[in-house]
Design a protein around this ligand. Sequence first.
Ligand code: ST9
Length: 106
Amino acid sequence: STGPALDHQRRFQAAVDVIQNLPKNGCYQPSYAVMLRFYSLYKQAVCGPCTLARPGFWDPVGRYKWDAWSRLGELSSEGAMAAYVDEMKKVAKEVLDTMQVNEETA
Ligand code: ST9
């Protein structure tokens, strides 16, 4: 049997697996904002709140990642997992809608 917490975890793990198995280049290229959203929620879900030191001047990407993660504050692991799954549904819908438009205008 399963509880709501386990369901969250299973859906989250499924979404994580999908994203890790996407090709690097496809019809859709996520923006940095979208990537950082997934990244921050993933780190919050898996590691909890960010307690690392902010990366320095020579690591701007690291700082963007750190800032996005830190912005989630004390959001719970369950909350982050649920938001990650929601984000994935949102992006999937956007991708499908875009494909629809392209077919109509083709
Ligand atoms: C297409 C279909 O057209 C539709 C695409 C839908 C949406 C895609 C959303 C992309 C999310 C990417 C998130 C993270 C990137 C970082 C951002 C920086 C600006 N979720 O082990 P590493 C962390 S497909 C979130 O070195 P891998 C991990 O903890 C065409 N974060 O690299 C680490 O951070 P840190 C478009 C995750 O294993 C960092 O990422 N294709 C996840 O070689 C790097 O990890 C795509 O968009 C996760 N599931 O690559 C490809 N797993 O060092 C999307 C790990 O701080 N997938 N992290 O601990 C990918 O880019 C890669 O599979 C990967 C992992 C980056 C997620």
